[in-house]
Write a protein that binds this ligand. Structure first.
Ligand code: SF4
Length: 355
């Protein structure tokens, strides 16, 4: 007896390049109506597309799935952010976080089920790697959040690929998803409002620089010295800091974009003032902004977060060196939605083998 949803055998329309989407009897305007229903109206089924002929809707429903999720669970936080837990049609799970602000709606999405990078301070890293998400599964997180929150997807103008996974290790699908989001025929998002987070993979960053997409690049540096970095980011053994920094210069030359540097503050690990000095030295000549992230605790975490005083001292030291820096408090801590906390909550850690 199969233990997965048989509907997974039907392809998801969102995995198809939008120029190849079906049309009825060669009528181009039907394809465009279909796109409007999906991206502007946020339709989750072909039944809702009332201006399409019923016979064509039946035909579409027999050939395509619109929603790659078998189920969606919603976990609201006191600060109005909402964690979304998506069960895919093969039974695997991934997560997104909706963050409403006064002037914008932001969604943090995942590129993988779990993550192979294994950062010690991150609950997702403790899960191990499940699988890469397809482009459709990445884009559908945004569409699904909009549908469940009750507004059209086009109201989401800010997306961060900072959920589960290392997006650059799922390069082709992550890039295809981004290209779909910025396409004028879909959501027409500004690449500048799409933040791609990476643990720092120099070859991939250089490749990304050639894509002609002025995204916001966020690099999870977390330490300015190899020894500390390797102790908290296992993949750092394969990527030396000078190579990462050189790739960021290449990125900056190509895109003219400021680079975000992510730095989770871990007590007694990476919060020494000599490390602030070293970080300032490493970033010299690069137009960057450092986000100091207070550690968001999770059960079983091997590290503790730095105190408010230590974070302030670290920030002051960076400022004295002329580094642009701010402290970024994460939202959604009470629902397990904050940075580094995504882990399906009720499931076992170490669910998958590390890559
Ligand atoms: S911090 Fe990012 S790259 Fe590291 S394990 Fe977590 S999700 Fe993966």
């Amino acid at each position: 007896m199969r233990d997965t949803d048989p509907s997974q055998d039907i392809p998801c329309l969102l995995d198809e390049p939008i120029e190849d989407w079906p049309t009825q009897d060669g009528k181009a305007y039907r394809r465009s109506q279909l796109r409007t229903w999906v991206f502007q109206q946020g339709a989750g089924s072909f039944d809702e597309m009332t201006n399409l002929p019923a016979a064509w809707r039946d035909e579409l429903a027999g050939a395509w799935r619109l929603d790659p999720f078998a189920s969606v669970e919603r976990f609201p936080s006191r600060d109005a952010s909402v964690r979304y837990l998506f069960t895919l049609h093969d039974g695997r799970r991934t997560e997104a976080v909706y963050m409403p602000y006064a002037t914008r709606k932001t969604v943090c999405i995942s590129s993988m089920v779990g993550c192979p990078a294994g950062c010690t301070f991150c609950a997702t890293g403790a899960l191990g790697f499940g699988r890469n998400l397809t482009r459709g599964e990445i884009v559908a997180q945004i569409l699904s959040v909009a549908r469940h929150e009750g507004f059209p997807p086009s109201e989401i103008r800010n997306v961060v690929l900072m959920g589960m996974g290392e997006a650059l290790l799922n390069y082709d699908e992550a890039l295809a998803a981004i290209r779909m989001l910025v396409d004028p025929a879909t959501l027409d998002m500004s690449p500048r409002r799409i933040t791609l987070s990476t643990v720092g993979l120099p070859k991939h960053i250089v490749r990304l620089a050639d894509e002609g997409l002025p995204l916001t690049l966020a690099v999870s540096l977390h330490a300015p010295d190899e020894e500390t970095r390797r102790s908290i980011i296992p993949t750092a053994h394969a990527h030396a800091l000078p190579d990462i920094v050189a790739s960021l210069h290449t990125w900056q030359e190509a895109t003219k974009r400021r680079v975000s540097i992510e730095y989770t503050m871990l007590a007694g690990v990476n919060d020494h003032l000599w490390q602030a000095n070293a970080l300032a030295g490493l970033l010299k000549g690069l137009v960057s902004h450092v986000n100091l992230i207070p550690f968001n605790d999770w059960s079983g975490a091997p590290q503790k977060g730095s105190s408010r005083e230590e974070i302030e001292a670290f920030r002051n030291r960076l400022e004295r060196h002329g580094v642009s820096v701010s402290v970024r408090f994460s939202r959604g801590q009470d629902s397990g939605a904050a940075c580094g906390q995504l882990s399906w909550q009720e499931t076992d850690r170490g669910a998958y083998a590390r890559a």
